[in-house]
Design a protein around this ligand. Sequence first.
Ligand code: UDP
Ligand code: MG
Length: 171
Amino acid sequence: MANEQLLILIKPDGIRRSLTGNILDKLSQLRMTIIGAKVVKVSRELAEMHYYQLKGRPFFDELLDYIQGKIYGESWNKILAFVYQGEDAISKTRKVTGVTNPEEADPISIRGAYGRITTKGVYENVIHCSSDSLEAEREIKLWFKPQEIVKDIYAIKRIIVDKEEKVVWDL
Ligand code: UDP
Ligand code: MG
């Protein structure tokens, strides 16, 4: 068993429908530990970088609008981002999350219980989680700065910007 970390996002539909408590409750049963957490207003750039592998797919623009919470208006254009760590954290989380399509997901999984497909065909599936450790590393480094995580998980380096020392990921 490997000690792993991964990025988990509660997407704007999860926030809007007050599902944060339900989702965190299901995740807490996996006995992982939270090592980073914050609320984020997602920029277009961050959305594109996060979903870069899906560029060119027919639903890409709607997906960017969705993860930015644009379709719900000002009050809901935010997500909650977490870094969780634990033994086999990725496969355990993917299991309670359920498959991508909420209609095919196990009804007692998070996506099966709370997800829906929009009239435009986007899977509003309330949660994102990294699918393997390489993706997890890329995503955690994209969403979090080293000092926002309470454990040393990846190599860092110190650089000088405007005469001040900064700690950044050693990419
Ligand atoms: N997605 C969609 N339609 C698809 C495939 C993906 O709307 O046919 C959306 C969905 O919100 C999904 C996200 O794009 O969660 C990222 O897709 P991915 O294949 O990485 O699925 P995930 O890893 O989230 O299960
Ligand atoms: Mg994915």
